[in-house]
Design a binder for this molecule. Structure first.
Ligand SMILES: [Mn+2]
Length: 360
């Protein structure tokens, strides 16, 4: 297991590389270029600038997140071929700099959705990301986007970049006519287009689940259960077609048995990397993000790490969203302190599982 950290790049992140390097056991990043729009080629110069800085700080960068898939690909428009070609160029460019896993998603329009980015946790006064479908009330997609942008402490949020939202209304209308099966067919076309390049360059694609793990605003969503991912890995049978197993996203739906899902795809060799965090269910379609510790939420983090150790022990893991604690101001979900605590906790579980196993 390689423990890693998400980092947006200097100038875009409140956390510095030297701070990340000081977290015990931290091997590297799940890197991210936050200024790249979906469909654009990530040039070698841009990748070099980011990765050279990471290497200079003594950290690795073998996983890159959020090479976003252009909506034209998801909607199956004729322009998709050009964007798929760009995507292949980005894969080749990233491979040249040692990148081994690319995390992406195939969610229409919305990358992830919360109704409150700083909901106070009554037990300890910290705050975290929160979702309550009832709070959406009569808010439409455009209202929720506006309020998310206004409440992100001046940072852009992945998937919510203002330029990506300009044509939101038109895009939402187009999706009204697309069924889940049609979306899956467009997904297959995309995978058929990029996976030969991945195999050639030794890069693994890891699909991130829908977050939350159910359909929203009537949009087709096809990646929020074991059954969904079984279909995805069969769309194009390749060891490079894998899952980014995000415990908090899948875990927002209590029907998803996270350790069992990890074992299922881990045994198949189809887990590219994991985001590991805990979640507290508060009612139907209502949850908040909890500290990583098992007892503060509803996921069994020991069972999760045990499933990883048993089935995919060489994978990459990062602590996922943290709470805001100790007065920190930063990107919602991506401060330093609680994610560092999360990393340390996951490392502790890992050491215990590992030593216990070796002693038989
Ligand atoms: Mn995630």
């Amino acid at each position: 297991m390689k423990i890693t950290f998400r980092w947006y790049g200097s100038g875009s992140d409140s956390v510095t590389l030297s701070q990340i390097k000081q977290i015990p056991g931290m091997t590297g990043l799940m890197g991210f270029l936050d200024y790249k729009a979906a469909g654009e080629v990530w040039t070698q110069e841009e990748i070099a600038a980011y990765i050279d800085e990471v290497h200079a700080a003594g950290l690795e960068c073998e996983v890159i997140e959020s090479v976003n898939v252009h909506e034209d690909i998801k909607m199956g428009l004729p322009s998709r071929d050009r964007y798929i070609e760009n995507y292949c160029t980005t894969i080749r460019n990233l491979a040249k700099f040692g990148v081994k896993v690319i995390v992406y998603n195939f969610m229409p329009v919305f990358d992830w959705l919360r109704t409150d980015l700083a909901r106070v946790i009554p037990e300890d006064g910290s705050n975290s990301l929160y979702f309550d479908e009832a709070e959406l009330g009569c808010m439409g997609p455009l209202d929720i986007v506006r309020s998310t942008i206004e409440n992100s402490n001046g940072f852009s949020l992945p998937g919510w970049e203002p330029e990506r939202l300009a044509e939101l209304e038109t895009t939402l209308k187009r999706y009204e006519r697309i069924t889940p099966d049609e979306l899956r067919a467009n997904y297959k076309y995309f995978l058929d287009g990029i996976l030969p390049t991945c195999e050639e360059c030794g890069v693994v694609m890891a699909c991130h689940p829908d977050d939350p793990a159910w359909p929203i605003f009537g949009l087709p969503r096809i990646a929020h259960s074991q059954e969904d991912f079984d279909k995805i890995v069969k769309l194009h049978d390749s060891p490079c077609n894998t899952v980014c197993l995000c415990t908090g996203s899948l875990g927002s739906n209590p029907d998803n048995d996270i350790p069992a899902i990890i074992r299922h795809f881990g045994e198949m060799g189809r887990i590219g990397c994991l985001h590991v965090r805990n979640i507290k269910h508060l009612g139907p379609h209502k949850f908040r993000e909890a500290a990583h510790l098992s007892e503060t939420g509803d996921l069994d983090m020991y069972a999760i790490m045990k499933a990883v150790h048993d089935t995919c022990p060489d994978t990459y893991i990062r602590p996922d969203h943290g709470r805001m604690i100790w007065g920190e101001v930063g990107r919602p979900g991506y401060g330093l302190y609680d994610r560092a605590l999360g990393a340390t906790y996951l490392n502790g579980l890992w050491e215990a599982i590992d030593k216990n196993k070796k002693r038989g």
